[in-house]
Design a binder for this molecule. Structure first.
Ligand code: ATP
Ligand code: MG
Length: 495
């Protein structure tokens, strides 16, 4: 047996996908030779002199390849192979046998060895095996990456549902901007699909196959948020026992999704701005900046411009993020998407629950199509799920959605000839007969107030004066409702 003269393998790039190898043999000379040969190629090599020691090392560490002698005291290579298949099914194993008997070879392969070699062997044989294993691992890695990408791509295409003009325009924007590195700000009420859009941007971009890292800025306390985003050095704060990569570093070459960006504290907003401008991050407690190549997609369900006005959100960051704004309309403004969403969720939920497909009646669809959906698509999805689970019939009808009726827009007053608009029109005409006699001051707001006041009072009464519910039904936020109650001088009653 001779050590090969050149320590550099033929296909360096492929071979480098292997790093750590375990060699188990009870013969010391064999361990020594293999270890020396493999270390010269740059691998980390661990040695075991019997099966049990090898098993312990495999349990503790992560290896790319194990080269095992078939005959070892205590536990044979074949028994060990069996245990490995149970424990670490992706660890590749090469068995060394002292005799080229077909029995051994067949047995080794049957038990899941990747290959076997017979002793004595030339180290060229080891070279060839290492290269073969490396190539197999690389291909396996690529296949699993491709499978993952395909799965995610497929899911994204299948999942964003909606044919309304509003959604069509969203699809167009995604198509136009996905491939560039432009920063995107997605706005929309809770449950309108902001995260879905962020994923669609990533999976339709050249960054497909690279990480998509999401972080919810509202869910993490201020003190932790900074190190979550930018990472931290060991000892940067109490409890920082190890150096930690931040989300920006993790998302390198991919996309970071900054969800609920409106809740980010002002001082961190300044740091985000720096990343966007300089393309580098500094870990908490770190002295150097680290370059990052990350596409930023941010989302919020707050009125970000309003927060800018109130000095709670940096104006410069707002403009830097808002290069391409995508605003998702609330579901109540695209009710024509309801039927297609309902059918989609119905099919998907029945499949997920492994139950026969269910149908939905026309009256149920009409009811769902006139609900105001304060929780948007998420609420619709949950409503369908609840009905599917609770109903034993193959056909869902309006009765299965009874709990929705409270917040459904009254279809009576919205019917063609008695629509609210028609009533207001008639009333205005009778009130304002001689236009020249009208007091011209502020008619617009006076009329709006007269419509708004009874509307808000009516919804408050219906919700037993629960302002959270009323704001939801009205589709305005709670602060706006409070402001309006004050401005319109609405007298509050207890529920
Ligand atoms: N157009 C759509 N087609 C299919 N499913 C949708 C659509 N929009 C939203 N959904 C579903 O609704 C749920 C909420 O979507 P998503 O998490 O993207 O909303 P969001 O706007 O990020 O909400 P939040 O502000 O509460 O985080 C998810 O389960 C998602 O699958
Ligand atoms: Mg979200």
């Amino acid at each position: 047996m001779t050590l090969p003269s050149s320590p550099i393998p033929k296909n360096t790039e492929v071979i480098m996908s292997l790093t750590r190898i375990l060699v188990a043999d009870d013969e010391e000379s064999m361990r020594w030779v293999l270890s020396k040969a493999l270390k010269r190629k740059g691998f980390t090599v661990d040695l075991a002199n019997d099966g049990r020691q090898a098993l312990a090392l495999i349990q503790e560490n992560s290896y790319d390849l194990a080269i095992l002698d078939i005959k070892m005291p205590g536990m044979t290579g074949l028994d060990l192979l069996e245990r490995i298949r149970e424990m670490k099914s992706d660890l590749l194993v090469v068995i060394m046998t002292a005799e080229a008997s077909m029995k051994n070879a067949v047995e080794a392969m049957k038990r899941g060895a990747y290959d076997y070699i017979t002793k004595p062997f030339d180290l060229d044989v080891i070279d060839a095996i290492v290269e073969k294993v490396a190539r197999a691992r690389q291909i396996a890695g690529q296949v699993s990456l491709l499978k993952q990408e395909l799965k995610e791509h497929y899911q994204v295409e299948k999942n964003i549902i909606g044919n309304s003009a509003a959604m069509q325009s969203i699809y167009k924007t995604i198509g136009k901007v996905a491939d560039s590195d432009i920063t995107i700000l997605i706005q929309g009420e809770s449950g309108t699909g902001k995260e879905m859009v962020a994923r669609a941007v990533h999976f339709n971009s050249g960054r497909l196959g690279k990480p998509f890292v999401a972080i919810n800025c509202a869910a993490i306390p201020r003190d932790l948020l900074e190190s979550e985003l930018f990472g931290s050095e060991k000892g940067a704060y109490t409890g920082a026992t190890e150096r930690k990569q931040g989300k920006f570093e993790q998302a390198n070459q991919g996309t970071i999704f900054l969800d609920e960006i409106g809740d980010m504290p002002l001082d961190l907003q300044a740091k985000i701005l720096r990343v966007l401008q300089e393309h580098e991050v500094t870990r908490v407690g770190g002295a150097h900046s680290i370059p990052v190549d990350v596409r930023v997609v941010a989302a919020t369900n707050q009125e970000l411009q309003e927060r800018v006005r109130q000095k709670e959100f940096r104006e410069d960051l707002y403009y830097r993020l808002n290069v391409v704004p995508i605003t998702l309309a609330p579901l109540r403004e695209r009710l024509d998407d309801v039927p297609v969403l309902v059918h989609y969720f119905l099919d998907r939920i029945c499949t997920e629950l492994s139950i026969p497909p269910k149908q939905i009646s026309e009256d149920a669809l009409t009811l769902l199509g006139s609900h105001t959906w304060p929780g948007n698509v998420r609420e619709l999805e949950n409503t369908i799920k609840r009905a599917v689970i609770l109903s034993n019939d193959p056909m869902l009808t309006a009765i299965d959605f009874e709990s929705l009726q409270q917040t459904t827009v009254d279809t009576e007053i919205c019917s063609q000839d008695t629509s609210l608009e028609a009533i207001v029109d008639k009333k205005l005409r009778s009130c304002f007969t001689g236009i020249e006699k009208l007091d011209k001051s502020d008619i617009h707001s006076k009329v709006l107030q007269q419509v708004e006041r009874p509307l808000i009072r009516f919804i408050l009464e219906k919700t037993k004066w629960n302002q959270v519910k009323a704001a939801d039904i009205l589709g305005i936020n709670r602060n706006t409702l409070r402001k309006k109650i004050h401005e319109l001088d609405i007298e509050l009653k207890r529920g």
